[in-house]
Design a protein around this ligand. Structure first.
Ligand SMILES: [Zn+2]
Length: 245
């Protein structure tokens, strides 16, 4: 099955428009999007995607401000112009039919890791291991075009949240709420990492306990962590927060 049955989509377009505006207000209130930064999208059907407009604060959108585009980014509906970063969203939506929603913004703590080119360390907080897994960092590219969108391609199907170097974050999920939560979880994590490093050291959860966490993912209906099925390295950026020898 390529796309969920209409009954499982559950939400009608008007409800989705209101939910996108609500997530926009939360993104803005948390300082994840200054000025008119950030964009949000949700799949309406096989070739229809609801998305936020360009040059509008995510804290002040009305349901009628949103746009509808096709999977090539051509605008189908809406009086305002669609976000200039729509290609990033479409890259994610095209790759996985189970993904319904994509959130892109510039949360300061996670973006700080993207500016420092510091890989997000793993095996430190249980919720991050369960809900995000390893968070990769995409290479920098000028925002907006297809080359920019392609920077996340190596991670599609293997992650649900990516740090964009010198730019921000993008996260996705089977619902709008989950796509947004992934961003919120990552930024809270990065804030804690920065604070813990100020305290002087960052300790890891032992590997066998991390394995228990990865197995918990199944209970939440999440795909298996690549570290379980592909034997990818459990620990990323192990030296982060380690006191100098
Ligand atoms: Zn951006």
């Amino acid at each position: 099955m390529l796309y969920p049955e209409p009954s499982t989509l559950a939400l009608n377009e008007q409800t989705l428009r209101e939910q996108i505006c609500d997530v926009g207000r939360r993104i803005y209130a948390r300082g994840f999007a200054a000025g008119n930064d950030g964009n949000i999208s949700h799949r309406l059907g096989p070739d229809r995607v609801l998305c936020t407009p360009t040059l509008v604060s995510k804290g002040a959108m009305r349901p009628d401000d949103l746009c509808i585009v096709d999977m090539e980014g051509r605008q189908l509906a809406g009086t305002l112009k669609r976000t200039s970063e729509i290609m990033l969203h479409l890259e994610v939506l095209r790759a996985d039919a189970s993904v319904q929603s994509v959130v892109h913004c510039h949360p300061p703590h996670a973006t700080a890791f993207g500016v420092a080119h510091e890989p997000i360390p793993s095996c430190i907080l249980p919720e991050v291991e369960i809900f995000l897994g390893v968070v990769p960092q995409a290479e920098y590219q000028t925002p907006g075009g297809r080359d920019f969108a392609a920077t996340v391609r190596p991670f599609l199907g293997r992650a649900n949240t990516v740090v964009l170097s010198n730019h921000g974050t993008v996260s996705w999920g089977p619902t709008l709420e989950q796509a947004y939560w992934n961003t919120e979880i990552l930024d809270a994590y990065c804030r804690i990492l920065i604070l813990a490093r100020l305290l002087g050291r960052v300790e890891r959860i032992p590997d066998e306990k991390v394995l228990e966490l990865l197995k918990l993912r199944e209970k939440f209906g999440a795909p298996a962590d690549p570290r379980l099925v592909e034997g990818a390295p459990m620990r990323v950026n192990e030296t982060f927060g380690r006191p100098p020898e």
